[in-house]
Structures are given as structure tokens and as C-alpha cells.
Design a protein around this ligand. Structure first.
Ligand code: ZN
Ligand code: ZN
Ligand code: ZN
Length: 176
């Protein structure tokens, strides 16, 4: 029985891929098939805006809502900023994307979720880089956990990026 149901699943996947290849533009193919599965698993419907938004965030990690909106608008001219905000919230709630809120910045979004990675941020220009967690969440131990079941330590490393170290007076536009 196991073997038979397995064959059926593979066939269904093949058919789905074939259908996707017909209906989705060439540049939205493989990545979107993965996101489609993810959206379905979280009971979110597949919309053109959601797929376009995920593609933008995937290709431009740590983007703010405005930048995401501008990029999605190039593909879907009718999209509204409100629709982008609503979708960012829905995808964040579903843990398909991750929202980070560094002090003094607007929210930034990324598709790299659930790996407890941390961020290195430039105080001068606001550049954000990922850094892997050396342990597992929560990777710091508090002096007292007060009986809480702790699952995360929110860690941001602040400093000055190499470019700003070279040109300390050149303050680039921050994503504020
Ligand atoms: Zn910098
Ligand atoms: Zn990140
Ligand atoms: Zn860590």
C-alpha cells in the first residue's frame, strides 16, 4: 500500500509542475512552486501579489515595505501599498517570512526563517548582514530565567561596516 500511494503522490507532483510551467511565466517557476506548497500548508491562498512579494523578499533580503512595494509594482502595476502591508503581515504571521525591527529602522523582511540567525547592522548607513547562530535558540543564558520557558534571545550586533570605516563622513540614506 505504501508503495502505491507513493507513486500517486509523485505523479500528482509531476502533473502540478507541468500545470505550473504552463500558467506561470518562465521567471516565476521553481521558486514559486516551492512557495505555493508552503502557502498551501499554511492555508494561505496563492495570489500573484503574494508570489511576487516572496520573490522580491527572497532576492532582496532585509528589505523594507516601501522597497518591496516599489519592486512588486513593477510587475503588478495595480498593487496598493496597503495590499503589500497586509500580505507582509499575513506571511509574517504564517512564519513564511521573518520581520526584523532594528532600533531606529522600519521593519525589514526576509525569507530566511526558523534558523535563529542573527544580524550585523551598520550604525552609520543601516546596512544589514546575516550571521549564523553559533548555538541554538536561545543561544544566550540569562542570569535568571524566572521560570520562563525561554525559546529565543533577540540579538543584533551593531557596528560600523567596512565601507563606512573607509569613508566615515559619507552617511548613506538610512531606511528610516
Ligand atoms: Zn555602513
Ligand atoms: Zn537575516
Ligand atoms: Zn545565536
Amino acid at each position: 500500500m505504501r508503495g502505491i500511494s507513493r507513486v500517486i503522490v509523485i505523479k500528482r507532483e509531476k502533473i502540478k509542475k507541468f500545470i505550473d510551467s504552463i500558467y506561470l511565466p518562465a521567471n516565476l517557476s521553481l521558486m514559486n512552486t516551492a512557495y505555493e506548497t508552503l502557502l498551501k500548508r499554511k492555508n494561505l491562498s496563492l495570489t500573484a501579489v503574494r508570489l511576487s512579494l516572496l520573490e522580491v523578499v527572497e532576492q532582496n533580503p532585509h528589505s523594507c515595505a516601501n522597497h518591496i512595494y516599489e519592486a512588486v509594482k513593477k510587475k503588478i502595476p495595480t498593487v496598493s501599498i496597503q495590499a503589500v502591508y497586509n500580505n507582509l503581515n499575513a506571511l509574517t504571521d504564517a512564519e513564511i517570512i521573518r520581520e526584523i525591527k532594528p532600533k531606529g529602522h522600519v521593519s525589514l523582511y526576509e525569507t530566511r526563517v526558523a534558523d535563529n540567525h542573527h544580524h550585523v547592522i551598520c550604525r552609520n548607513c543601516g546596512k544589514v548582514k546575516d550571521t549564523n547562530c553559533l548555538g541554538s535558540a536561545p543561544c544566550l543564558s540569562p542570569e535568571s530565567d524566572h521560570g520562563f520557558a525561554l525559546d529565543e534571545a533577540e540579538i543584533v550586533f551593531w557596528g560600523i561596516c567596512p565601507e563606512c570605516q573607509t569613508n566615515p563622513n559619507e552617511k548613506k540614506e538610512k531606511q528610516l
